[in-house]
Design a protein around this ligand. Structure first.
Ligand code: EPS
Length: 387
């Protein structure tokens, strides 16, 4: 059973989104503003649709926090959907007096067709409401709590955009994270940023959408999270599942990922050097492994890349079928985004924070932050004492 558990609920145009988080130790300082700033980061990004102008996401903390500090009890959060006002009839909880228009033309690439068949629905609406990326606001709220926890252990998580619509940055090495936060596409490379914005503009004018790639980096992750002993305890597998679960993500790489397949063993692995460096008495001059070897974090930054497919709701819809007539038609179109790659970076940070919070709790336990931190610091001391 995971130690940091969470469940989300809510529809894109329903009243709101809720999330319950269980497992956060007592004694962690937490306030609504910290959650709000993560929610705001998720909403930004060039290529988002007009919905993002309607919503100004802010999570109310309903439980588990007292006087700005976690109590060890479940933390529940609520984010109201402002757009609900415009969807009261379509998304009414009580039985409708009049039948609302059904959605029957599945969008290729969305959950529409498979979801309607699986749940025996003659209206795609319930599927599109829950499959919508709106749900990721609740995940980012949970991730903001996880981030507060991992920060206390010294873990920092960032992300940036590597590509949009085939326009790549060749940034390598140290990244200016403040510049990333200022960039409309979350890319610190000004030239690449221009290309990415132009690619989004081309997609907007042709009724199309674009995808891309983002990279997430967690530094300060202690050696020894996850385990080689069972398949479902391998940290790389858990990270990959968490990031792959984000709407529109179709590929996940850890470290050099697919590139490693072309290299010789002598080129692909990160040599181990004796070193006085803190916190470990060794160093690794390279990090092809992306901070995970044998399913265990190795003390280097954890590096994850996510391939994001283009949004499936197209201004110029693709051919589909009508589930009520079984005739060939154009897929359903509803107001949508054109590019969500910058937001996916923020959501993936949240998912990585959640996975790392859980793995840290597995390794160090603790019902209070004081206990978790003491166990972490004793562990680091024990590593130094081995030398
Ligand atoms: C989405 C369609 C758009 C997006 C939405 C995901 O919403 P709407 O249909 O209201 O215009 O903006 O994402 C969000 C609302 C969000 O908060 O990320 C979809 O079909 O998946």
């Amino acid at each position: 059973m995971p130690r940091f558990r969470f469940l989300t609920a809510g529809e894109s145009h329903g009243k709101g989104l809720t999330v319950i988080i269980d497992g956060v130790p007592a004694g962690l300082t937490l306030d609504e503003d910290q959650v709000a700033s993560e929610l705001k980061r998720r909403q930004c990004g060039y290529g988002r649709g007009s919905r993002m102008k309607i919503e100004q996401d802010r999570a109310e903390i309903l439980s588990g926090v007292r006087h700005g500090v976690t109590t060890g009890s479940p933390i529940s959060l609520l984010i109201w959907n402002r757009d609900w006002e415009n969807w009261r009839e379509v998304m009414a909880v009580s039985a409708a007096e009049e039948e609302t228009a059904r959605v029957t033309r599945p969008r290729p690439g969305h959950a529409d067709l498979a979801g309607a068949i699986k749940y025996g629905l003659n209206d795609i609406r319930p599927v599109m409401e829950r499959a919508s990326a709106r749900e990721t606001a609740a995940r980012v709220a949970a991730g903001a709590v996880a981030r507060r926890f991992v920060e206390e252990i010294g873990v920092e998580i960032h992300s940036h955009t590597l590509a949009i619509g085939g326009e790549w940055t060749n940034t390598r090495g140290s990244i200016d994270w403040q510049q990333v936060e200022r960039s409309a596409v979350r890319c610190a490379d000004a030239e690449a940023e221009k290309g990415m914005i132009a690619a989004i503009d081309r997609a907007i004018s042709s009724g199309d959408t674009v995808g891309g790639v983002c990279e997430i980096i967690a530094s300060g992750v202690p050696v020894g999270l996850g385990s080689h002993v069972q398949w479902d305890r391998r940290l790389d597998g858990i990270v990959a599942q968490a990031v792959m679960s984000i709407n529109s993500v179709k590929g996940v790489e850890i470290g050099d990922g697919f590139k490693l397949a072309n290299l010789k063993g002598s080129e692909a692995h990160d040599v181990i050097e004796v070193s006085q460096r803190s916190p470990y008495p060794w160093s690794r001059p390279t990090n092809h492994a992306g901070g995970i070897e044998g399913g265990i974090s190795n003390g280097e930054p954890v590096i994850v890349r996510a391939a994001v497919k283009p949004i499936p709701t197209l201004g110029k819809p693709l051919p589909s079928l009508d589930l009520s007539t079984w005739e060939t038609v154009e897929a359903h179109f509803e107001r949508s985004d054109v590019c969500v790659v910058p937001s996916v970076g923020v959501i993936a940070e949240a998912m990585l924070a959640i996975v790392l919070a859980d793995a840290l709790l597995e390794k160090f336990g603790g019902d209070s932050m004081e206990e978790t931190k003491r166990n972490h610091s004793n562990y680091l001391d024990s590593i130094q004492r081995r030398r």
